[in-house]
Design a protein around this ligand. Structure first.
Ligand SMILES: *Cc1c(COP(=O)(O)O)cnc(C)c1O
Length: 384
């Protein structure tokens, strides 16, 4: 039986534009060829624009998690104290990873759904004397997008190296790598950058390069210095996902063609539309009811309606994939991603599908309110 193509309204992987899919179908390039060097150099140039940086952006064949591990093993020495800020699943992942790699992990923990504050960060850094801090820009498990600039300001003030998880934020919401003074920014191909999974990117500051020269964590595949030397010649130390690099160049061309500001405005408008729709359906929001929540919208099903069953019904009957929840919220929480190649029509269709399945599950509501409210909110947000 042929598989029905799914619309991916998840916070990754996301659907990609047809131009990007076509690029994937090009003949495979050899990574030691001039043809690849040309494409790879262009990919790096475009990545620098998206990161808003003048620095080297390393291109790793990996998921985002691998790229985050590369940051730890290049910057930290065994037993070194790191401060890992957590307010959801990904912050907790980096705490576990650093502990597994032999770091002395000092956690700054918030409840899931919390938002880190500069004052808490300053106090935790003073108390722990950590050399390095991990920050999650967009905490994809909850929909919270941190106000990163003042957090990075605290790191600069206390001369602490920052590693920022921007996996679900880069390209969706503003992030000024250089202007905000982030040392290391990590992202991956499969979220707002409209490219299939397989590549991850790391922007590295001069200060971070200096630290990497003296850090003693063992590394080989993840060795940034080896990667930098190869990138300078238009190649990589090991075989990269060459076809995904070709697709990336196409996708970043689309993003930059309209301009990053347009991308941020679109994500903000989609966030507004999705929240308006969810509220019009009468559901409780889980993600913040604010324009910061431009990456995804989390909501709770009505009492007695199983969110897992809702998600599967959307997948099987509407060909729409959304994301689920975690822990004790697994039976109530669902998350609609609206990053990357997502249109207001996709969001409206998703809202209507949700209403249809809620009615099917016994909820009393009027189908069509969600999409109508979403379209109106989007229209107001994009009116010139
Ligand atoms: C998706 C995501 C990651 C990385 O996940 P991978 O599956 O390893 O690519 C990391 N952090 C955040 C916030 C994410 O949303």
């Amino acid at each position: 039986m042929a598989r029905q193509p799914q619309k991916l309204l998840t916070p990754g992987p996301t659907s990609v534009p047809p131009e990007v899919l076509r690029a994937l179908a090009e003949p495979v390039l050899h990574h030691r060829s001039p043809d690849f060097a040309e494409v790879f150099t262009l990919a790096q140039e475009r990545l620098r624009e998206v990161f808003r940086t003048e620095r080297e952006v390393l291109v790793l064949t990996s998921s985002g998690t691998g790229a985050f591990e590369s940051a730890i093993v290049n910057l930290v020495s065994p037993g070194e104290r790191v401060l890992a800020v957590s307010h959801g699943e990904f912050g907790e992942r980096w705490q576990k990873m650093a502990a597994a790699l032999g770091c002395d992990v000092a956690p700054l923990r918030y409840d899931w759904g919390g938002t880190p504050s500069p004052d808490d960060l300053r106090a935790a850094l003073a108390e722990t004397g950590a050399s390095t801090v991990f920050l999650v820009h967009s905490e994809t498990s909850t929909g919270v997008v941190s106000d990163l600039e003042p957090l990075l300001g605290v790191c600069a003030e206390l001369n602490v190296l920052s590693i920022v998880d921007a996996v679900s934020s880069l390209g969706a919401v503003p992030l000024e790598t250089d202007a905000w003074g982030a040392d290391v920014v990590v992202t991956a191909s499969q979220k707002a950058l409209m490219t299939p999974p397989g590549l991850a990117f790391v922007a590295v500051s001069e200060r971070a390069w200096e630290r990497s020269a003296t850090s003693t964590m063992p590394r080989f595949y993840w060795d940034w210095e080896r990667q930098r030397r190869a990138q300078a010649t238009g190649s990589t130390p090991f075989t990269p996902a060459t076809s995904t690099v070709v697709a990336l160049v196409e996708a970043l061309g689309l993003v930059l063609g309209d301009g990053l500001e347009a991308a941020f405005a679109r994500h903000r408008a989609l966030g507004r539309a999705c929240r308006a729709g969810v509220k019009a359906i009468g559901l409780e929001l889980y993600s913040p009811d604010s324009d910061t929540a431009a990456v995804l919208t989390g909501a709770l099903t009505p009492e007695g309606v199983d969110a897992v069953a809702l998600r599967l019904a959307l997948r099987d009957r509407h060909a729409i994939t959304i994301a689920g929840g975690h822990g004790e919220l697994v039976s109530r929480l669902f998350r609609i991603g609206h990053i990357g190649y997502v249109t207001i029509e996709d969001v409206a269709q998703t809202l209507t599908a949700i209403e249809t399945e809620l009615v099917e599950a016994g909820a009393a509501l009027e189908i069509g309110r969600g999409a109508a409210a979403g379209l109106v909110a989007y229209g107001a947000a994009t009116a010139v």
